[in-house]
Design a protein around this ligand. Sequence first.
Ligand code: SF4
Ligand code: SF4
Length: 102
Amino acid sequence: MGAGQSVRVEDKLYTLRWKHDRTTHIRITDPRVCADRCGDEWRRPCTTFCPAKVYEWDPEQARILVAYENCVECTTCLTGCPYRVIDWRPPRGGFGVQYRYG
Ligand code: SF4
Ligand code: SF4
């Protein structure tokens, strides 16, 4: 890669491998906050701060959908939710993302 070229997050994510657990390691403890308060006051920052796009607002169900399988364990959501309603735990042993150099 030449000088001045930037690395796209999508390209780096492609180098990762996951072993998916059937049990989520991410839970929204109070979904009402996402629906009632966070949209107007904060524009739901989880939908933008997560590099793996784990969080998506579903207007029909009026809740955040959590694609926990895509989590790269960056831990940003431990501090990124303004209402601290994201309960993020490290995936169970043996599960989660596996980092490779590439
Ligand atoms: S940032 Fe927190 S409160 Fe806001 S939508 Fe996401 S999980 Fe809900
Ligand atoms: S730990 Fe990082 S990658 Fe995983 S859900 Fe939170 S912000 Fe997204």
